[in-house]
Design a protein around this ligand. Structure first.
Ligand SMILES: [Ca+2]
Ligand SMILES: [Ca+2]
Length: 339
């Protein structure tokens, strides 16, 4: 009896401690928009914030500012691995954009709000999947204007504009005033980097979030995001990522594998994720501060590996590219917002 009492007492204490220790799961901030900006307490690493648009909710996770070494364990000498400092924290989508979220914003934008996309998007890889699978079969430009659409739908300031005056929001995917149809060019000076709306992550932000542990210790660049061993360890890798060896040749609903330390899912595997930057290799030697990459090359960056690729491509520091006007059944994305 006393033992039972003691146990119950201990359990109660532990419960209280856990409630004190755990950050709010995000429900309170659902309508909070910019509450993080003016709040009295800074967000903590991995803090969750829920956003709602129409009938769909989605979560963001806080990524604190800091300094890391981009490309390490993957870029080989003489190619540099620059020291990169991100001077501001940011919020990153906890999951890849689901088809459900994509479609909610797409229909709002396409029907009555002046947007024209190149692709309607697919549920997952387009075969036997649901709206909880990541959207795919979209190109880089689609991802860009979708971010603008979500910003406008939510009453936020859009990030991408037709020219350097940053007066006209890009809403048409093939707007030749802003985008050279030959290579999909949009220059960095068309981007309102300080806006509070949604945008694609830079590749530095993407790799930083994928490898973050505590701001001083980093997941090695040759691990899948959140894994405890490098990509050649199928056991450790399979806990965090869908890839060719375990996907059954299909995308999967977002968020089923273990998240990384920040609570972000599927940063390695499931679908490739478009990032802002142009493909530049090797990297500049650095050190770099808030790098956005070069202004124009030919290819846009994608990160993460996917359900249809080998484990090798899951490495956090690995990068690939593609034409910004090309869609494919393993191209998706996840947006970020400034803090
Ligand atoms: Ca499928
Ligand atoms: Ca992914």
């Amino acid at each position: 009896m006393n033992i039972r009492k003691c146990f119950l007492g201990l359990a109660a204490i532990l419960l209280v401690l856990s409630l004190v220790a755990c950050p709010d799961p995000g429900g309170d901030s659902a309508d909070g928009g910019d509450s993080a900006d003016g709040g009295s307490t800074a967000p903590t690493a991995g803090e969750e914030r829920t956003e709602i648009t129409g009938s769909v909710s989605f979560d963001l996770r806080y990524v604190p500012k800091g300094t890391f070494v981009m490309g390490e364990d993957v870029q080989q000498p003489p190619d540099p691995t620059p020291v990169v400092t991100l001077t501001k924290g940011f919020w990153m989508a906890e999951t890849e954009v689901t088809y459900e979220l994509w479609y909610e914003v797409y229909t709002w934008a396409d029907s009555a709000n002046g947007y024209t996309f190149a692709n309607v998007g697919e549920q997952g890889d387009g075969s036997g999947d649901t709206n909880q699978h990541p959207v795919t079969t979209i190109n880089w430009r689609d991802a860009m204007i979708w971010c603008n659409a979500l910003s406008e739908k939510q009453g936020l300031t859009p990030v991408y504009y037709t020219d350097s005056s940053q007066a006209t929001v890009i809403r048409i995917v093939n707007d030749t005033a802003s985008i050279d149809p030959a290579n999909g060019d949009i220059a960095s000076d068309c981007v309102k980097w300080d806006a509070d709306g949604y945008r694609m992550p830079t590749e530095a932000e993407w790799e930083y979030a994928s490898r973050y542990r505590d701001g001083s210790d980093w997941t090695p660049g040759d691990y899948a995001s959140g894994a405890t061993a490098d990509y050649t360890d199928a056991g450790a890798t399979g806990l965090v990522a869908w890839y060719s060896a375990n996907s059954g040749s299909s995308t999967h609903p977002v968020g089923q594998k273990n998240a990384n330390v920040l609570g972000i899912n599927d940063m390695s595997g499931n679908v490739w994720e478009w990032c802002w930057g142009w493909w530049q290799t090797p990297y500049d030697s650095g050190p770099l501060t808030d790098p956005h990459g070069p202004d124009t090359v030919t290819y846009r960056l994608r990160r993460s590996g996917c359900w249809d690729y080998y484990a090798f491509y899951l490495q956090c520091a690995y990068r690939l590219n593609d034409y910004p006007y090309r869609e494919f059944y393993y191209f998706g994305f996840r947006p970020v917002r400034n803090e």
